[in-house]
Design a protein around this ligand. Structure first.
Ligand SMILES: Nc1ncnc2c1ncn2[C@@H]1O[C@H](COP(=O)(O)OP(=O)(O)OP(=O)(O)O)[C@@H](O)[C@H]1O
Length: 726
């Protein structure tokens, strides 16, 4: 296409003084060659290739006068020039006609109809009219990075952090639900709940499409979907799988179940979980039961069909089919019918796929609510395939009703199934290609405009909707970074021990420091240098100000908050660190939460930590999303999180629901630049939004261990090494 376009002859563009004037030839053609209007076409001599053009040349190129053809060379030269001239003449005429047609009305007014006719007849275009040109590209137009997004993502519904509604004012919520919430001490809906509930509950503001929710960690997203789902599914006469909640980890499945049970008391709803902690068979019997239905027609059809041997051999559930025939007596004129034993299933995506593929009778065809929590994680490339298995199950169409049979003009869309999808995360993806995989229907995005967000936007003058893609750090969170000098890298565990030895005190923050009692043992200081003033070459830990600590333990502090959740980069690292801490501080109550402890023991560990029987929980990133540990005092990033997003999820385990919390990150020398300075890092992040009075505070720890301590440390490392070899 392009080469064809460029191979065409593009006539030279005559200059015009005014750029908005239509193109005109440089000079007007002489009238000497004018012929009567009636026969102008015939009178004009035809020019064939190679034919000599007339020599009386009425050319208008005055700068190149023509010579008479007195020699062969001159004749040839003349011929060539003359041919060019003819072409140019034609172009001139075409351009003139173009100009005159544009000014047609003016010409008519000035010269009368006759003259206009003559000019029109005289002009033969020969395809030399100016080619259409592409529209000029306007450069330097500032386009918002989000302008390529669909309208619903560009202009989200903003939930203001100040707007909260008492639950009892949400009249669409059943009294039983409100009572359960009040018993739990929840009187008013949080901001995100106040914004989302009217969109999902019956009422004038109800939105008849899908909802994506982006709100900070600990802002109460769970109730925002559980309450409307329970309200809509309560007291259904027949049990069917109508609600499906998908979350990334087992721990989250159990946590969501607890909240769901709280809200569904006396609703008659049956709730189940599928996470792989039980065998598939156990879960299958828990989810589906086999029954029979009186259906003579279907029975007859079954009998006529008989058993297709090939089909049976190809059937994955071959054994089960035969087994079921053995222990199940089917009555005459009855057919087998599988029935769901649960109304709402909470599951991980992997286990859900297993049930779809191998549990006879497990079906999604009655599902009305699909919840995807931690959606950005679940739509990750590594996780995503489950969507391709689940969505087709949701697109099942109910069989045509008799009405449709008799009135075939009732369209397919009028009986379309409406599954409401709710997609949530504290770090919601704006990746439209990922969201598209969910086949969202009339989606709306609700964004919690946090306290930090509002202030940041006012400062920067950001346009509405530009906040999309930025992530709010909880407003009540205090953040710290502890630099570890290069020569002290080996002592990283000792930094952690020192932090924990000091209890919650060093992490409390400036306002409480004045109240602390000086103690001789501590070498902890909190630098007053903000991240902005940071000099990275000086992370040697020399204290700028001496500040002592009381030596209260992490657990059982005078504050209502409790415990430290420590994140490592891997399961192995978590287990090793836990072992090392036990060797160094045998009296500490330490638990681990990793992939290998994800089952019943993980559940017990988490429960013990919540009940304050453990003061330290060491975990891999599997604990970073969604886990709600009420009143958790500290999060410690022993190993650096991989991204700002991962940081937000980890530190978001504390400072939840408007409560105070602290997060401390150990920063190795080679991580300092990213952590303190990089725009994709933490302290100076362009993505993370903090209030104006908030910054990551540099906390210098001077590791000053006695000979005895050092010895103990070396021995503990040795033991760890020996144990690893076994
Ligand atoms: N209306 C409310 N009143 C009082 N407490 C509430 C209310 N709603 C939620 N909470 C409490 O707030 C805490 C955080 O709620 P939730 O776990 O739903 O947060 P989240 O937004 O899902 O966080 P994350 O993004 O980390 O998963 C929980 O302890 C929950 O019990």
């Amino acid at each position: 296409m392009a080469s064809a376009f460029y191979n065409r002859y593009i006539p030279p563009q005559p200059k015009t003084s005014d750029p908005i004037e239509p193109t005109r030839p440089a000079k007007k053609r002489k009238k000497s060659r004018s012929v009567p209007a009636s026969n102008s076409q015939q009178a004009k001599p035809r020019e064939e290739p190679g034919e000599l053009a007339p020599l009386n040349g009425d050319h208008d190129d005055e700068e190149t006068p023509l010579r008479s053809p007195d020699s062969e060379a001159v004749r040839h030269d003349f011929k060539i020039r003359n041919r060019h001239k003819t072409v140019l003449d034609k172009y001139g005429k075409a351009a003139k006609k173009s100009a005159e047609l544009t000014d047609e009305r003016v010409v008519v007014a000035e010269n009368g109809e006759g003259e206009r006719q003559e000019d029109v007849m005289d002009v033969k275009l020969h395809g030399l009219e100016p080619l259409p040109q592409p529209a000029p590209v306007i450069e330097d137009r500032k386009v918002s990075a989000f302008s390529a997004l669909p309208e619903w993502l560009q202009a989200p519904v903003l939930a203001s952090s100040a707007d909260t509604v008492p639950f009892k004012d949400l009249t669409a919520l059943h009294d039983d639900i409100v009572t359960s919430l009040e018993k739990r001490g929840y009187s008013g809906a949080f901001a995100i709940q106040s914004a989302v509930l009217p969109l999902l509950l019956p009422g004038p503001k109800q939105h008849s499409g899908d909802i994506c929710i982006s709100a900070a960690t600990g802002s109460g997203k769970t109730l925002a979907y559980i309450l409307p789902m329970v309200q809509s599914l309560r007291h259904k006469p027949v049990t069917r799988l109508r609600g499906l909640i998908v979350v990334p980890t087992r721990e989250l499945v159990n946590q969501v179940r607890e909240t769901l049970e709280l809200c569904s008391a006396s609703s008659g709803l049956k709730i189940a979980t599928a996470v792989g902690s039980k065998t598939l068979k156990e879960e299958q019997t828990m989810l589906v039961e086999k029954g029979q239905r009186y259906d003579p027609e279907a029975y007859k059809a079954e009998q006529e069909k008989g058993i297709d041997e090939d089909e049976e051999l190809m059937d994955w559930n071959f054994d089960e089919k035969f087994a079921s025939k053995d222990d199940f007596e089917l009555f005459y004129n009855h057919v087998i019918e599988y029935m769901s034993k649960v109304d709402i299933l909470i599951c991980t995506p992997g286990r859900l796929v297993e049930h779809i593929q191998s549990t006879t009778g497990f079906t999604l065809k009655h599902v009305q609510w699909l919840i995807i929590d931690e959606a950005d994680r679940l739509l990750d490339e590594s996780f995503q395939q489950w969507v391709d298995v689940v969505l087709p199950g949701l697109e099942y169409m109910p069989p045509r009703h008799a009405l449709h049979e008799t009135q075939p003009d009732i369209s397919r869309s009028s009986r379309r199934r409406e599954v409401r999808k709710i997609i949530l995360s504290a770090t919601m993806t704006r990746d439209i290609s990922k969201l598209m995989t969910l086949h969202l229907r009339r989606p709306k995005l609700v964004v919690l405009e946090g306290r930090n967000q509002k202030i940041a936007d006012e400062d920067s003058g950001a346009a509405l909707g530009d906040e999309a893609g930025r992530i709010e750090v909880p407003a009540t969170l205090e953040e710290y970074g502890v630099p570890i000098p290069e020569q002290k890298t080996q002592d990283k565990p000792l930094y952690l021990v020192q932090l924990l030895d000091a209890g919650s005190d060093p992490l409390i923050g400036k306002k409480d420091r004045s109240q602390r009692v000086p103690s001789k043992s501590s070498g902890t200081t909190q630098s007053d240098i903000s991240a902005d003033d940071e000099d990275l070459s000086q992370d040697s830990g020399s204290p700028s100000e001496s500040d002592d600590l009381s030596s209260q333990p992490v657990a059982g502090s005078e504050h209502s908050s409790h415990g430290a959740l420590i994140f490592t980069e891997s399961n192995e690292q978590a287990l090793r660190l836990a072992r090392l801490l036990v060797l160094l501080r045998p009296s500490w109550q330490i638990g681990t939460l990793t992939k290998s402890t994800a089952g019943a023991s993980g559940r017990k560990t988490l429960a013990a930590f919540r009940k304050r029987k453990l003061s330290i929980l060491i975990a891999s990133d599997r604990a970073s999303r969604g886990l709600d540990i009420p009143d958790l005092a500290h999060v410690v990033n022993y190993d650096m999180p991989k991204s700002a997003t991962s940081y937000v999820h980890r530190v978001g385990r504390t400072a939840r629901a408007g409560k105070a919390g602290q997060a401390t990150t150990l920063v190795l020398h080679n991580q300092g630049k990213w952590f303190w300075k990089d725009k994709s890092g933490i302290a100076k992040s362009e993505i993370l939004v903090r209030g104006p009075d908030k910054r990551v505070v540099r906390l210098n720890l001077a590791i000053d261990v006695t000979e005895e301590e050092r010895d103990k440390y070396e021995k503990a490392l040795q033991t760890l090494g020996d144990e690893a070899k076994r």
